[in-house]
Design a protein around this ligand. Structure first.
Ligand SMILES: [Zn+2]
Length: 262
């Protein structure tokens, strides 16, 4: 029953949009920007761990599998399909920013509390870098979230966070490894409504992928100040919200927030 303060690696945590209280757990390794809003005293619905959370057994990990019930080939198909979907959505956002009509301005206002030209330029630049990174990703770049891979990404001194769904080393811009933890496998694929195609808010594998990519220093260099799409909206008036990974990811994939801002 907690909501952990984001770690230094740009750790993507599983969350379910409940606004639970924080506990103090933050390891600083000088790589990732420290949260500026560690404690907010938020008290809301408790954190519910998903029953699907731990889908990988020790024997699966030993066998090199990322997710239980998915062969290596099936996992590759999944992550490459997620990349493809993310690219399509990021390109939609890019086109929307280029049009810069009322709908485009409303979406930036919803997620970043601004429709300024300066924000528009910031997003265009970062989304272009997001698309370049997503296009470059291959199945081999999705690796297990382990001490060994943390070191390979140059995040020395950091440890595996057992609560994380995925993680990156923001400085690992040369290789851009996406480290996948067992919790990733239990997340919903994309929260897409099968009837109207809309992407609902909440955590998903698609949101996690884009979230992680935004962390890289040559993309947005984002932070984890406010986890979950729910908290991204709740704290939208924070002056640093444009660097919040979940705000960026939710915006890029075109999330339709439950809590509209009017
Ligand atoms: Zn993160």
């Amino acid at each position: 029953m907690y909501f952990k303060i984001p770690g230094p690696l740009g750790v993507r945590e599983h969350s379910n949009n409940h606004d639970g209280p924080f506990i103090s757990k933050f390891f600083h390794n000088g790589v990732h920007q420290a949260p500026s809003h560690g404690f907010d005293g938020a008290v809301g619905a408790p954190y519910f761990s998903t029953p699907l959370a731990n889908k990988v057994t020790n024997s699966d990990i030993a066998a090199g599998l990322m997710c239980e019930e998915l062969s290596e080939a099936e996992f590759s198909v999944l992550v490459m399909a997620l990349c493809k979907d993310a690219i399509v959505l990021a390109e939609q956002r890019q086109a929307e920013l280029q049009r810069w009509d009322a709908a485009a301005k409303k979406r930036t206002w919803i997620w970043f509390n601004s429709s300024s030209e300066e924000l528009r330029d910031f997003l265009l630049k970062g989304i272009a870098a997001t698309i370049v990174s997503l296009r470059a990703l291959r199945a081999k770049d999705f690796v297990q979230y382990s001490e060994e891979n943390i070191k390979l990404g140059s995040c020395h001194g950091s440890v595996v966070d057992p609560e994380a769904a995925a993680s990156v080393c923001p400085v690992d811009v040369a290789n851009k490894r996406i480290m996948i933890a067992p919790k990733f496998c239990g997340l919903s694929r994309d929260k897409r409504n099968p009837y109207n195609g809309e992407i609902g808010d909440g955590d998903s594998q698609l949101l996690t992928l884009v979230h992680e990519v935004t962390h890289f220093k040559d993309v947005f260099g984002s932070n984890d100040n406010f986890y979950s799409t729910f908290r991204s909206i709740k704290y939208v008036e924070d002056p640093g919200i444009r660097f919040n990974a979940d705000s960026l990811a939710a915006y890029i994939i075109g999330t339709n927030p439950r809590q509209e801002r009017y």
